[in-house]
Design a protein around this ligand. Structure first.
Ligand SMILES: C[S@@+](CC[C@H](N)C(=O)[O-])C[C@H]1O[C@@H](n2cnc3c(N)ncnc32)[C@H](O)[C@@H]1O
Length: 400
């Protein structure tokens, strides 16, 4: 059993709790929630598993040194004092990523140059040779995080962000980030016990992530590489054993439906679903939500309607009114989760949410709301509206 060390899983604001649950289920120790991150501990196997299995992490960092620094020169000295020869050599390439929240250090680019200089000077002093900097796919990606004067140097074990699963062939104009889509499905509690519907599925991100969750397929199977594969201590056999272990995969006996009214989005979704290998579980259809009918089977809706960056407010409010109307009339006895941005849009739905979860979609502070649509009320409503409709028909007939 290799030694245990601290790790940091980064995520989007609002997904910290789901990520912590994922980590606990994976067997991580010392799981603690922070802002846009969850810290945990484990061994090398846990590091590989975190990268390969977590659905709601963007990257996994391995801290290698913490220190305080009041200015750039102190950062330089502290970084130069680290034994870089254990991690890098002159034949390897590296890059530095800086994340800075500090009154003293305002420019993250400047901090990353200082760190880079310190590493290069460390090697020059050691043997006169230096590793090269390569921005695109370096052998070793170093991360420095500065919160006021507290600095943490880490190795980035993921490389390219983990939301880049590798199955996306094409995207619509506003595709949902894969990590966010997976987080929404996990937050809803859906694990494949009933049908799942995304009536405005765009490029199909929610249906694909849901299919992977339903079958418990690790999102890492699509990735071509993780940064840790280039580390000096990389254990190929250990990683192969994780990669080839499909013992946790499970049966899925329901269906996932993805609809959209845009033919281009529909075609893109078909490509992506195929690339993710989930065509058997995901049924895609070109259909406007206006034509949505009560599903025969117990179902859950998870959807991300347009927020209105490109359509007029009048159309947008009408769209949300229509969503509320369809849910009331054609989704009784089921739950629907909607991610949206504007309060006035939610208002148009005209249903009382049973949960409201703040969730960031990029820079937008969105809300993920749950609506429970009750059949009892629906029947009453139906009866009332039938009666009203009857009287309208009568009146109209009389008017004629
Ligand atoms: C924000 S995008 C969804 C993005 C999607 N989650 C993804 O990851 O690609 C909203 C989608 O709703 C679709 N849409 C808009 N009005 C619709 C309607 N009345 N019926 C069905 N789909 C609609 C648009 O074509 C668009 O693809």
């Amino acid at each position: 059993m290799s030694e245990s060390f601290e790790m940091i899983a980064k995520t989007f604001q609002g997904l910290e709790e789901v990520l912590a649950e994922e980590l606990t289920a994976l067997g991580a120790n010392d799981v603690a929630i922070g802002r846009r991150m969850v810290s945990f501990s484990g061994n090398k196997e846990m590091l590989y598993k975190a990268n390969f299995c977590l659905r709601t992490a963007i990257r996994i960092l391995k801290p290698i040194k913490s220190f305080t620094a009041k200015n750039a020169d102190e950062v330089y000295e502290q970084v130069k004092g680290f034994p870089w020869k254990d991690i890098l050599d002159e034949n390897k390439t590296f890059a530095v990523d800086a994340v800075v929240f500090s009154d003293e250090f305002r420019h993250s680019k400047f901090v990353s140059y200082k760190v880079k200089d310190a590493i290069v000077d460390y090697f020059r002093d050691l043997n006169g040779k230096r590793p090269s900097v390569r921005i695109n796919k370096p052998d070793v990606l170093i991360n420095i995080h500065i919160a006021q004067s507290h600095c943490t140097l880490s190795l980035d074990s993921s490389g390219e962000s983990l939301h880049r699963r590798g199955y996306r062939q094409e995207a619509v104009e506003a595709p949902l980030n894969e990590v966010l889509a997976a987080g929404m499905v996990l937050m809803s509690g859906w694990k494949g016990e009933c049908d799942l519907i995304d009536p405005m599925c765009g490029s199909g991100t929610i249906p694909i992530e849901a299919a992977l969750i339903a079958r418990n397929i690790a999102p890492g199977v699509f990735r071509k590489e993780f940064a840790f594969e280039k580390w000096v201590d990389f254990d190929q056999d250990l990683f192969d054993s994780i990669y080839n272990d499909d013992s946790q995969e499970r049966e899925f006996n329901h269906k996932i439906y993805g609809y959209d009214n845009n033919p281009n989005a529909h075609d893109i979704a078909i490509h992506n679903v195929k690339a993710a290998g989930v065509s058997k579980d995901v049924v895609l259809k070109l259909q406007p939500f206006q034509q949505f009918e009560q599903p025969k089977e117990k179902s859950m809706i998870i959807m991300n309607p347009p927020y209105g960056e490109r359509i007029s407010t009048k159309d947008l409010l009408g769209l949300y009114q229509m969503i509320g109307e369809r849910l009331k009339h054609a989704f009784c006895d089921n739950d629907a989760w909607i991610l949206s941005y504007r309060e006035e849009c939610f208002d148009q739905i005209g249903l009382k949410p049973s949960r409201k979860v703040p969730l960031f979609n990029g820079a937008l502070e969105c809300e993920f709301r749950k609506y429970q649509i009750f059949g009892g009320k629906y029947k009453e409503f139906k009866k009332e509206s039938n009666e009203k409709q009857g009287s309208h028909t009568f009146r109209r007939n009389k008017e004629r």
